[in-house]
Write a protein that binds this ligand. Structure first.
Ligand SMILES: C[S@@+](CC[C@H](N)C(=O)[O-])C[C@H]1O[C@@H](n2cnc3c(N)ncnc32)[C@H](O)[C@@H]1O
Length: 265
């Protein structure tokens, strides 16, 4: 019997996405149908989206700071609010600076900072091999390096005391709140990318304790956290020998804590 071609018209696609609960069904349909995939592949992509897979994992890219960054299944999808961390870092970074993107996921933060500042020496690291592979696709074209391992462990020793800007968007969701996250995150992003332990700050605690050894005098560590967590993070930074300050973006609903290694330390 001849196969009936799948109906991937715009109207049907929007209707299916809307029925599956996609709030931005028209925009998503436009992106899926404009992806250049053939009919069979498109039908599979639409099916995956209606089954709840994140749009960015299906498209295999995410828009971040106006750039198209590769992202893939099993890798955290950079959030729009994190653009504020990059904008803040751009004000503290100069061309030629050594920048490290720790807990880099797909590497979006370092790539976007490089685009904003001009030529920087970019290093990135993550504990997950799938994230490291993905970050390499994004960072290598800029001449940067990506390492695999736990926090500072895989970084070359030559960076110790020389990092001007340390970007670090760690997991910071308290374990007990993971169950309240949207299913796209809860079901499709690995626990290690989201779970920050009992108070959400386990990874930041470890970063804050060691960052001063890796930063250059006058260099900055930047992390994202919730409003409630920010005062605790600032205390962790101070305990680690950094001068903390917190900045907010109402527009992006983002909170960034900056820690500077004193220039004379
Ligand atoms: C919230 S995601 C952020 C990813 C990326 N920075 C971004 O904003 O798109 C946190 C990332 O930290 C990584 N991670 C978690 N624990 C880590 C550790 N101990 N050492 C290095 N990376 C870690 C996860 O694999 C994940 O990619």
């Amino acid at each position: 019997m001849p196969q009936v071609p799948p109906d991937i018209s715009e109207m049907t696609t929007v209707r299916r996405l809307r029925a599956a609960g996609c709030v931005f069904a028209e925009e998503e349909a436009r992106l899926l149908l404009g992806s250049g995939a053939g009919t069979i592949e498109l039908a599979r992509m639409i099916e995956a989206r209606t089954a709840g897979y994140p749009l960015e994992h299906i498209l295999e890219w995410v828009e971040f700071c106006g750039l198209r960054i590769a992202v893939e299944d099993g890798v955290f999808v950079p959030r729009r609010r994190t653009e504020f961390l990059v904008h803040t870092a751009a004000q503290l970074t100069s061309p030629g600076d050594v920048v490290v993107d720790l807990c880099c996921g797909c590497g979006a933060l370092g790539v976007a900072l490089s685009e904003a500042v001009g030529s920087i020496e970019l290093h990135a690291a993550d504990i997950e091999s799938v994230a490291v592979g993905c970050a390499r696709r994004n960072v290598a074209p800029l001449g940067g390096w990506v390492y695999e391992g736990d926090l500072f462990e895989p970084l070359p020793d030559s960076l110790r005391g020389g990092i001007r800007t340390l970007l670090c968007n760690t997991p910071y969701v308290p374990t007990s709140s993971i169950g309240m996250m949207p299913p796209e995150a809860r079901l499709h992003e690995p626990q290690v990318t989201l779970d920050g332990g009992p108070d959400g700050l386990e990874v930041q605690r470890r970063v804050a304790a060691r960052a001063a050894q890796w930063l250059a005098p006058g260099g900055h560590l930047l992390v994202e956290a919730s409003d409630d967590q920010a005062p605790v993070v600032a205390e962790l930074f101070a305990a680690g020998g950094l001068l903390p300050r917190t900045v907010f973006s109402q527009e992006l609903e983002a909170t960034v804590i900056i820690g500077m290694r004193p220039a004379d330390s």
